[in-house]
Design a protein around this ligand. Structure first.
Ligand code: NAP
Length: 264
């Protein structure tokens, strides 16, 4: 995955260097959340490395919806900006869905809105990566564990679009049923936020591909995935240094896609 991401970034950087205007990304943040601060640092680093314009607009927690609305409206009408992200989570008093809906579809590079022209970044990154390594999607069995709106559900949708037979499991699925479905899976993606959940209790095919989306801070202070490392399969994505890199790459690709649409 690391090599794939480095290669794609190199290609993107070379294309951007030839443009007469930089693709532009605005990130709107309210307050400080340790996760958000670190994700925004990553986005800034990627954007600057690729030669994008990066604008970080920060507000303290007392900001009202009206001020955010005006800011998003301003960025939406700025011809230098191709993509806008409202970094989640927002403080509880703010309505995340209502604020997200203020972003015009052509700048919704996170794929937040239901009818966004952009695929959500984490699922898009996973499918692009699997395509690049020649994973034979057609007619194969996928099991996605976790049904959140940002990962599990859209990933199931994109894998269905690739003609896979997709089973979406969640916290109400019995362990017995999980074992049954996992035992038939050619592709397993786990996005539940539970360190090492997919362990040896669950038998897997030796030819299976495992995609670990989970990011969990362990008792050792390090990051761990949802899948116990070292499963005996064809491929298992690492954490860290796996899906997180794909998510970051996908965001930059979506901004570039938006730029190309705006220049048409
Ligand atoms: P989320 O919104 O908390 O959803 C978790 C999902 O997991 C829910 O659908 C829940 O089922 C299901 N679940 C929880 N425990 C389960 C269990 N024991 N068995 C089966 N399903 C179970 O989480 P999320 O936002 O999708 O994130 C999931 C993980 O991915 C987190 O660790 C997050 O940090 C990570 N993440 C990583 C990236 C990346 O770029 N690498 C991006 C996004 C998220 P119910 O619906 O039944 O409650």
């Amino acid at each position: 995955m690391k090599e794939y991401v480095a290669r794609r970034k190199g290609e993107l950087k070379a294309e951007v260097a030839l443009l007469d205007r930089k693709p532009g990304l605005t990130v709107v943040q309210v307050g400080h959340d340790a996760g958000s601060d670190s994700y925004i640092r990553g986005k800034k680093k990627d954007a600057e490395e690729l030669g994008f314009l990066f604008r970080h607009l920060w507000f303290d927690e007392t900001v009202g919806e009206k001020a955010l609305e005006e800011t998003i409206f301003h960025e939406a009408n700025d011809p230098l900006i191709d993509g806008i992200i409202v970094q989640l989570p927002l403080p509880k008093k703010l309505d995340e869905k209502a604020i997200g809906r203020l972003i015009p579809l052509d700048k919704d590079v996170d794929g937040f809105l239901f009818d966004s022209p952009f695929d959500p970044c984490t699922p898009k990154g996973i499918v692009d990566y699997l395509s690049a390594v020649g994973f034979p999607f057609d007619g194969k069995n996928a099991v996605v564990i976790g049904r959140s709106d940002i990962v599990g559900k859209p990933l199931a949708r994109l894998l269905t679009r690739k003609n896979m037979n997709v089973t979406l499991l969640h916290s109400h699925t019995s362990e017995e049923d999980k074992k049954f479905y996992l035992g038939h899976a050619d592709l397993v993606a786990v996005a539940i936020g539970r360190e090492g959940y997919l362990d040896g209790r669950f038998p897997l095919k030796k030819e299976a591909f495992l995609i670990d989306v989970g990011i969990n801070r362990g008792a050792d202070g390090k990051l761990h995935g949802d899948i116990l490392p070292g499963r005996d399969v064809a491929y298992q994505s690492p954490v860290p240094g796996g899906v997180g890199l794909l998510t970051r790459l996908s965001l930059m690709e979506n901004v570039y896609q938006a730029y190309k649409e705006h220049r048409k």
